[in-house]
Design a protein around this ligand. Sequence first.
Ligand code: FE2
Length: 337
Amino acid sequence: MADMTERGKILIVDDEKAVRTAINRRLTRAGHTCTEAADAKGLIDRIKEDQPQLVILDIKMPGRSGNELLPEIIASFPGTAVVMATAVADPNVIVECMRGGAQDYIMKPFDLEYVAQIVDKALEKRKLEQDIKEFQEGLQAEVEHQRKETQKLFLNSIESLVFALEAKDKYTAGHSRRVAYIAVAIGEKLDISGDELDNIRLGALLHDTGKIAVDHSIMNKPGRLTEDEYRHVMAHASIGAGIVKPVVNQQILDIIIHHHDFYNGKGYDQHISGDQIPLGAKIIAVADSYDAMTSDRPYRIALTGEQGVNEILRCSGTQFDPAIAQAFHQVHLSGIE
Ligand SMILES: [Fe+2]
């Protein structure tokens, strides 16, 4: 059995020198590398320094007892196995130690052959636990990787569908990509970064996914929409959120649902206002409106960039969040067309 076991670095903690020496000799003979400590003083630092695979920990020592030290060792060094050593045949103390994470225990006076066997067994168990942990971590990483790949593929398909839909129509070709570009520029101006900025970019790319379900002739109707037609067009926000729901997070869904909300709460079928509206949705509202205004429509020709910005600023505080309208103004001044 001994030959099958990994040879380990073992720290023997016992206040009796004779005990430490006897265990040290026996375990060294078995191929382990042993170090010794006489009490609890500086033990945590010692473990940090020596990084033993296993600690033989005497329960009864001057100063802090082994069972007092055990929780600290288990918490600080989860990869280190602990075998308790005791002369006290108190089953409660032993049970408490085993519950607290000790791998095993040995009773004094020691049978050194038995000690060697217990050490081998504890090292084997520790190795097995580590292998299982590594395997599980590897598996989790692989599952997460696959999940992200599948999500990416699905999102790419939806984006392609939106781009194809927009490309069919000269008035909307490239709209979502431009909105994403402007929204990210505004986000950066507002010091947004990381996941939040990614959500805004993706929300912008997908904000009009629901237009797949909107009647093309209504969307491009020259002239005023009837109330029913307007309701039909505006449903694209919630329909789009429903389509992408299985693969995006709640922040992106909220951005899509609220991208036509007015800052003052007076947008179509709107129940929230101001800071209740997700920041990403308010940013996309500005980027979306600017791009729509500066693109030709069947019912009007495009505004110039400057006219578009002035329109955004005119509607600051009513349709648009003033801070975002200002940030967009600055982005425009520094060069977005
Ligand atoms: Fe929209």
